[in-house]
Design a binder for this molecule. Sequence first.
Ligand SMILES: [Zn+2]
Length: 342
Amino acid sequence: MLAAVLPGVDRALELVERPVPEPGPGTVRVRVQACGVCGSDLFLQKGGFGAEKLPVVPGHEAAGVVDALGEGVTGWVVGEQVALYYIDADPEGRWARAGREQLDPALKRMGVDVDGAFAEYVVRPAHTLIRPPAPIAPEELAVLTDAVATPYHALVRVARVQAGDTVLVLGIGGIGSNAVQLARSLGAHVVAASRGAGKLRLAQELGAAATVALGPGVDEAAALRAAAPDGYDVVVQCVGSPAVDALAVAVAGPGGRIVLIGAATEPFAVRSTDVIWRELSVLGSRGFTARDIAAVLRLHADGQVRVDHLVSAQRPLAEVNAAFDDLRAGRGLRSVLRPDRT
Ligand SMILES: [Zn+2]
């Protein structure tokens, strides 16, 4: 089979021929149809997860069909469509039993700790497979597992957005655009902020009640406060910049919850008086759980969220480096690799 290997830090991916992997006990071989390329893959390439993780086959937001069952696997049928949850954590462990398997210190991530889905086939533990509620295009199933599940986790599980909340989404990319439509579906009043005029138009299409253009020469904090005179109950930070982290804290209203999704390795400063006097909660949101993916797939099947805006390009596996270039240059929201196409 064909696979794309990331050989080392800051290296281009290399296409290699490998034997088709055989499923062992408790695992399933999946024929990969679609796998999204996202910022986490660039982070991996830059050595963000550690140089010692490489070489590895990346690919963590994937969809395909069941191809072969390992010993002892029941409940799955060869040929049926599945989404892949990229985290393998002990299903009987403390964290998985609490529905927070993405926090298990012993977890293994597909495409980071073990080979992922930038390949024609991948073998995964049966407990990481998710059955969609209805047949769905592979590229849409792939992006739902990450680009929609990530903001779902942040809004629903972490920030606990309620109907009537005023929610500010900072950064309208693959994650932020979906934060807008999910917050809207939860009954929130949504304000979207971005540097891109096209992204603000997209946010309006997805349900933002108001938009704020950010950028040089703009008093960003003043413009954001003016868009919500009663203050923001929730601020969702999807940018990954310490300046935007600070901005999120600065504009949150009394009792506000600031939820950080966009990751930066540089620190940001916050005054304790800001946090205390406005009784703010600064919250981190890490990834998503299998339960979040199932919830997002149901929302999609019910017509509550759409993902046609997300998939900007579909490329065969051989064009993996071009897909990385697109992402680095900010062309489109999500490229999806199609290992089932040549
Ligand atoms: Zn991703």
